[in-house]
Write a protein that binds this ligand. Sequence first.
Ligand code: GLA
Length: 387
Amino acid sequence: MKQQLLAKFGEIFGGTEGAKVYFAPGRVNLIGEHTDYNGGHVFPSALTIGTYGVARKREDKVLRFYSLNFEQLGVIESTVEGLKPEKEADWTNYPKGVMWAFGLRGMEVTNGMDLLLFGNIPNGSGLSSSASVEVLTGSILRDMYGFEVSNQDLALIGQYSENNFNGVNCGIMDQFAIAMGKKDNAIFLDTATLQFEYAPIVLEGAKIVISYSNKKRGLGDSKYNERRSECETALAELQKVIDIKTLGDLTEEEFEANKGAIASDIRIQRAKHAVYENQRTMKAVAALKANNITLFGELMNASHVSLRDDYEVTGIELDTLVEEAWKIDGVIGSRMTGAGFGGCTVSIVKDEAIETFKEQVGKAYLEKIGYAADFYVVEIGDGPVIL
Ligand code: GLA
């Protein structure tokens, strides 16, 4: 892979002298969905698939970008001076946003660069291809300029740039999972405090299977921001009757006792999901620690039901994938993962059931939706690396 990417870089940008190869993973969230902007817990893992980047510092101020995933766009040129989002430049707004955000933190990106990217996570699949590009860019800049930034900072800078440069109001989960990834572990993160612990994912005789609906989603054009503001309003209503900072502060009982303060039924549903999902995530991690994978799977299933019925972010594609998965013997748990509205589901499937899973879920999906789903048996990998 490294040699092929370097060769391609040489072909596009002329020579490979001074060029280095970097990698940042994608992520899958096992449980804890739409909790990260509600002060709750999440439980994601980095994957071994992600984004590769070949980068070389330039003497001048010119930025030249090329993506093997968007070859039709050719080389996209820009400059490090006065960085601002450009609609027509599309994906290059992610690396540019990170350069801009480094500058705001006093780490001036003074020179241009040639940057070639290749992602083996399908973009728009909800496995965080954009956060992967952000963390990748951050780790390139750190290496290129010797900036002193921790991996956690790379996550925060990535999120800041996505919020303020790209206009997507995402939480911290994706960038954190990617920057802090650890092989064979998931990250149990309290998004209110950024305290976290690694939890080994030991699945004896089972694997993580990701089903991609092939329905793309973009956070900007989804109802993501609408859900966020529904939760913010519900929180403000609850704060009139109970002293809390976030929805993540509430237990199920406290929520039930105080939900009357929320003036709309829809907002009660949204807040209920945020509260119960956070509690579910804590229970799921406890179940995993107690080696009770069956309970972990049941909590994954309950998470999907809540995202479908109360939070309403699934849609027919994700519901079909999950409901068909539930029918199969050997499926320990299955739910949508990421923002929803399209993208992927995550399932824990016993080894002997994986082929049946792909076949039966694939067939039912194609019949109902009219186009095929893709399946990936994935492994949990590390955070960003220099190759
Ligand atoms: C997207 C966002 C995350 C998180 C999830 C939902 O992936 O980027 O911050 O909110 O949706 O859990």
